[in-house]
Design a protein around this ligand. Structure first.
Ligand SMILES: [Zn+2]
Length: 348
């Protein structure tokens, strides 16, 4: 029922780097099996842009030191410089889980927008995002969602989002996760929920479960931890090193057990470890959820994560017109090749 459709197209050029010999370029158009969105796979692109994806260490270190001064999320400033929940929402003002702290957002992106500060350290290399830190971060986010459900049940569409370091869109260096909650889903969640429902009606089965069955043990499959399965998507949404995870049979974040939270945390830590080994310092991740007040048989909680460009004086970004304004996807490497590299890296 799941179709992995692709078409290969070619272009011929006379290449100045090879004494103007004729060369054939390959473009592979892949269709996302759920949404139908196109992603063009351009083999070899990752090597071509790799120099723009790694960081200038001196520039990075100087930014870490500059931003540490007066950072509101560093432990000595949290009590005096971060917002608190109103007393009617939470008498203690802030939520503490392990080393993580949940606070309201000063300038939020949604009507109930909060942050989870997930480390006492001001700066973490990607290998520093441990499963323990991420697990506490998710538990902090879920504690907030549980309280929100008691107080305002109509605000029922949550998203967990990570923007780490300025290339990923973060204005604050200190590691944190956004929890965005609204009475309406973000566009991608709405699209995936609607398409999953259509798939359910047409095929009498759950798309996510069918996707995992089709991918399990295949060339894009990575690993499974506590009911959370990890893979490289057939048609990535965005740029580089995109990885997907699905929490089997759970349609919203409040349904997750501690074991499943750990499955997400441990899996993310493994992928971030891979990004670190590849020389990356910045990433985005999202975890999409169905509504928190009902179970949907046709939708599963799912995660996407990508590495972002390095910190460099050139300010290179991979958020260029094609993905950002034209809404098309592009993969700088064959997804199967990426999956092979991740598997090789994490078993070392
Ligand atoms: Zn800090």
């Amino acid at each position: 029922m799941i179709r992995f459709e692709k078409t290969v197209k070619h272009a011929r050029i006379l290449n100045p780097l090879k004494d103007f010999q004729e060369e054939t370029l390959t473009f592979e158009y892949r269709t996302d099996p759920l949404t139908g969105r196109n992603t063009t796979v351009i083999g070899g692109m990752l090597n071509y842009i790799k120099r723009l994806l790694i960081s200038d260490e001196n520039l990075l270190n100087s930014l870490v030191e500059k931003t540490r001064v007066n950072c509101p999320f560093c432990p000595e400033n949290i009590q005096t410089k971060t917002p608190m929940f109103t007393k009617d929402f939470l008498a203690e003002g802030r939520i503490f889980v392990g080393d993580t702290v949940v606070i309201p957002n000063l300038l939020g992106h949604a009507e109930r927008s909060v942050l989870v500060i997930l480390s006492k350290e001001h700066y973490l290399k990607l290998e520093g995002f441990t499963a323990k830190l991420l697990f506490d971060c998710f538990k902090g986010g879920l504690t907030y969602l549980q309280r929100l459900k008691e107080v305002e049940p109509s605000i029922r569409y949550p998203v967990f989002a990570f923007n780490y370091l300025p290339p990923a869109g973060s204005s604050i260096f200190h590691p944190h996760m956004q929890v965005l909650v609204r009475d309406r889903p973000v566009y991608l969640a709405k699209l995936l929920i609607e398409k999953s429902q259509t798939y359910w009606k047409r095929n009498k089965s759950n798309y996510w479960s069918d996707l995992l069955s089709a991918e399990r043990g295949g060339e894009r499959y990575l690993f499974e931890i506590n009911g959370v399965e990890w893979l490289v998507p057939f048609a990535p949404l965005r740029g580089a090193n995109e990885v997907q995870a699905v929490v089997r049979g759970k349609s919203n974040l409040l349904e997750l057990t501690d074991e499943e939270c750990l499955g997400l945390a441990e899996g993310m830590a493994r992928i971030l470890q891979f990004y670190h080994k590849e020389g990356y310092v910045s990433f985005n991740a999202i975890i999409l959820s169905g509504p928190t007040d009902e179970h949907l048989d046709y939708f599963d909680v799912n995660l996407r994560m990508i590495s972002r460009p390095g910190i460099q004086a050139s300010s290179f970004t991979d958020s260029w017109a094609l993905p950002y304004l034209l809404w098309d996807g592009e993969a700088a490497e064959e997804p199967e090749r990426l999956a092979e590299r991740i598997r090789a890296s994490i078993t070392k």
